[in-house]
Design a protein around this ligand. Sequence first.
Ligand SMILES: Cc1ncc(COP(=O)(O)O)c(C=O)c1O
Length: 432
Amino acid sequence: MSELAVFDGKPVRTAPWPTWPRADEGTERALKEVLYSGRWAISGPYRGKKCRERQFSRMFADFNGSRYCTPTTSGTMGLTIAMLALGVRYGDEVIVPGLTWVACATAVASIGARPVLADIDPDTLCIRTDAIEGLITHRTKALIIVHAFCQIAEIKAIVALSRYHGIHVIEDCSQAHGARLDGQRVGTFGDVGVFSFQHSKVLTCGEGGAIITDDFGIYERTEQYRADGRVFSTYQTVNHLELEERGDVLGQNFCLSEFQSAVLVDRLRHLDAENKIRRGNSAKLSAQLEQLDGVTVLKPKANWEETYYNYILRLEPDLLKGNILRAFGVALSAELNIQITPIYQPLSRHRLYNPSKLTRVSSSDLSDKAWTPSGYQLPCAELANGHCLAMPHPPLIADAHELDAIVSAVDKVARHADELGSLADVNPNAAF
Ligand SMILES: Cc1ncc(COP(=O)(O)O)c(C=O)c1O
């Protein structure tokens, strides 16, 4: 009879981890105020005070040390609108990390631009600067850099490289809200920073996104792309619409509602403090996990204040004989009462990344190499996908002593790894 919880043994922990997303009386009050305010959207009439969306936009720009912020309906639309505002057009190439959430590549493909996949740095799991260099062509218009999981990409070197080649840099900070490199917030190094506020993110309103920039021209275009070509008027009249028609670009409606904005205004106040708790807990957890044979962790650098979206466990090949990474995650999940999964599949073979299904790109165009995911060699992304497990962030805001359960569970599953062979094919269609 196995001791492992996945085979009906006693789990290390059954108690729930802290609930995510978090809310308190302040969040509830903020939502109620919107409910009775007579304004649920920026496209509604001005009611005599700044709407929540403008409030959040100002707060989030200030928080990041950026001049402007345009909220959007999602991170995906943030990326899409950022590219449009930077002038990325049909047929242009945009370099994206070969290992990231599919939205980075699908956003590029959705506007008919070609996603070019770059390999990652095996130490940080973020895009590798020298991999980018080899992919730049006369068609390259932009780079999407992701500060991935709990790491910060080599953004200074990448920005220097892109300036040399005259290419735009979009910093995707969907997994790094509030992180700092040398004291400067991520999202402010490139031309624009993009954020997702989807449910799992460390700042969330359920679904949402934002674009930050210091460039007024880019900002004005992002405003119009997300509000049917409209911008906020300089003058307001009570009970009259606040958005003014401009039409410099062909926009659509990707506006965040007042409810979502109110939640973000409230939760942003907690972000730095929550990130600090996650950082402190992660440091303690890493120190303990590193004592275990066959386990390594991703280390922050001295000049970072990193954000933990996922805590990454790297398992050495000796622990994974018989192709059991996924099974290891399933066993850990059963011990800890939280889902722990392998990190993303490389985009060169991700089942959700299928450019051949695009209807707005001609089939002759789709035959081009840039459109063929399997044509990309991504050895470091492959290696990482074969060795790394990701734990979501909620346990990292638990009391520090509760994280001992994670160490015990990893140790327990590692000691019983040879029992996991029968689970090797478990849940082959899981979506990660
Ligand atoms: C790195 C990255 N980019 C973009 C996105 C897309 O954000 P959204 O789900 O809000 O569209 C995500 C969401 O998971 C992400 O992790």
